[in-house]
Structure formats: C-alpha cells, structure tokens
Design a protein around this ligand. Structure first.
Ligand code: DAH
Length: 339
C-alpha cells in the first residue's frame, strides 16, 4: 500500500512536470485526483484496510493529495504567467511611433473653382439659382432665339430624350426660366452640368459644367458687362490680369463677345501655356437679345441685360495648370489629392 502511494505521487509529479500546456495539466489532474483518478482509487480502497491503520493511511493520502494539488497549482501559475507575458508582449504599444494620419476627404478641383466663382458673384449681389438638367427643347433653344435649323440642334451635338426633351447643352437654358419666374431687376448666376454629344479627349467631354450669368435691370450697358467680367478675371487670375473682348456671335445676345484674359503664366508675351498667343479665352458673353426679353414679356425699351457663360472646367484647369480635362473625371485619388 505505502509503495503504491509513493509511486502514485512520483507518477503525478512527473506527469505534472512534463505537462506542456494547460490542457495536459488538467488531464494530469483528472488522472490522479479525478473521480476515477489513481489517488481517488486509493481512497476508495480504504475500506479494505484494518480500522486501526485507517487514520494513518488517511493522513498519508491527504498529504499526497495536498502535494499533488500544490504541484498542480504551481504549474498552473507558471502557465498563467507565461500566457500573460505573451499577451502583454503581443499587445505592446510603442507610444513613440508617429501617429497614423487620418485621411480627410477633400473638395474636387471643380468644386474649389466653383466656390471661388460663386464667392465673387455673391459678393457682387448675385443670387445662385438652379435649373433642370433634363430640359425642354424650348428652353434650351427656342427661348434663346436659337432657330430650328441651327447646327447646335443637330443630333450629333445634342442628346435628345424625345421630340421635346433633351439633356441641356448649355446653362443658358436657365436664363429663360428665371425671366419667366421673376420680374427684373434680375441678377443671378446658374452653375450646373451640361451635356453634348462629344467624344472624350483632352479638351472635350460629353458632360461638363458651366456657370451662367444674367443681369437684367434698367440702364444696363455693355460697360457694366465689361467692368463686371474684368473684375471677375482679376479676382480669379490675379490683379495684373487684363481682358480683351472679341466680337462673336451667340443667337441670344446682341452684341456678343468672347472674353480673353492675358496669360497669367507669361503675362501676355506668349508661352507654351497660351500656345504663344499671350491670351486665353475664358467665356462667352453679350447683351441680352431684345427678342429674348420680349419672349418673356420684358420690355426691351425699359429693361436691358447682359449675360455670360463660363466653362467651369476651363477655369479649374487654368487655375491648376492642368492640360487634360479627363483628369477631372477619372477620380484618380493621386491626382485629386494635390488640390
Ligand atoms: N451658352 C454659350 C455656350 O455654351 C455660352 C454663352 C455665351 C452664355 C454668351 C451666355 C452668353 O450667357 O451671353 O457656348
């Protein structure tokens, strides 16, 4: 009996010592102290021992149990400490590392340019208005004095939805809506998306943006138009910017002009940027055609107006000295991040 107990203790010590993980350790506990464990077996055998021997044997069995339990506890603590140390090492934070930058979104160059344009005109007392992208043929063409046989009306230039509806080709369509909805004085800009059946290249896209301007009041003259747009050019491209108005033709204005700005890169001497011209075209403009006013019930003898149409992409590309319009639409974050 006593030999048996000693070998149980030895075996238990060995198994506990050799247990490589918590699972094996628990198995050792079950093997010796469990319901069917070896030490439990010895306790069960007590009934076969002479009664006078029992207290002594009982004492030894209890001592053995205590020893095994102590050994189990020690080993378990070892495992716990090891696990904690491992966990701490794995979760260690190097507080000296530089912080990771949180990437903020940013405005598209078109939006930045538009905000600047808006800021200028709002400062001059203009209201910003909106108009529909899907438009009646009437507002896009007829109400702007564009005759039925005008080349812009060709299907090759315009996306038609049906006989009456199209995707507006110009924000000038908003002019007619505004003149219909309110009485002069009118002083608005209408930024928005326009559509043309163009192939994509460095300077063309089937969809781009314009900013329309319309002023109608008493005693409005071409001098008002020139002063306003010259000031606009200075604000957008620098105080030294000069402007030039070239006669042009638009059906809804008379007289009509295109406005060039002196090249802000070379100051007008001629460079790669202005293609050696010294001047860069940035917008179309003119005095509102009397017939356009009459169609909206505004008396051209009482009221006059001027209008202008600015290509937003053109402004953004010039401002940021980018020479390919496609970059504005491709949403390449590496490009957009720069602005
Ligand atoms: N709508 C014209 C275009 O798309 C631009 C334009 C020219 C607008 C003259 C105007 C204007 O308001 O007066 O080419």
């Amino acid at each position: 009996m006593s030999e048996d107990l000693n070998s149980v203790i030895d075996d238990a010590m060995k198994e506990i010592e050799e247990a490589g993980d918590a699972e094996k350790l628990d198995q050792a506990r079950v093997n010796f102290l469990g319901k069917k464990g070896r030490l439990t077996g010895i306790l069960k055998g007590m009934k076969d021992i002479a009664p006078e021997e029992r207290p002594k044997v009982g004492e030894r069995v209890n001592a053995a149990r205590a020893k095994i339990e102590e050994s189990l506890a020690k080993k378990k603590q070892e495992f716990d400490e090891k696990m904690l140390a491992g966990k701490l090492a794995a979760e260690k934070i190097d507080v000296t590392l530089p912080a990771r930058k949180s990437e903020q979104g940013h405005l598209h160059p078109n939006t930045v340019a538009l905000n600047e344009v808006k800021k200028f005109f709002v400062g001059m007392g203009y209201q910003v208005v909106d108009g529909p992208e899907i438009e009646y043929d009437y507002y896009n063409f007829e109400a702007l004095n564009i005759p039925a046989n005008h080349p812009a009306k060709d299907e090759q230039d315009t996306f038609y939805i049906n006989d009456k509806l199209l995707l507006r080709t110009q924000t000038s369509s908003v002019q007619a809506h505004v003149m219909e909805d309110r009485k002069p004085p009118i002083k608005i800009i209408a930024p928005g998306r326009v559509f043309r059946a163009d192939e994509v290249d460095a300077t063309h896209s089937p969809s781009f943006h314009q900013i329309e301007g319309l002023v109608i009041d008493k005693n409005v003259t071409f001098a008002d138009l020139k002063g306003t747009l010259a000031e606009f050019a200075k604000r957008m491209f620098g105080e030294d910017t000069r402007v030039k108005f070239r006669p042009h033709h638009f059906p809804f204005t008379e007289p009509s002009a295109e406005m060039d700005i002196s090249c802000f890169k070379c100051g007008g001497k001629g460079c790669r940027f202005c293609k050696g011209e010294g001047w860069i075209e940035i917008l179309g403009c003119g005095m509102v055609h009397p017939h356009v006013l009459e169609m909206r019930g505004i008396d051209p003898n009482e009221y006059q107006g001027f209008a202008f149409g600015i290509g937003l992409e053109r402004i953004a590309l010039l401002k940021y000295e980018v020479d390919d319009m496609r970059l504005l639409y491709e949403n390449d974050i590496r490009f957009l991040k720069q602005f």
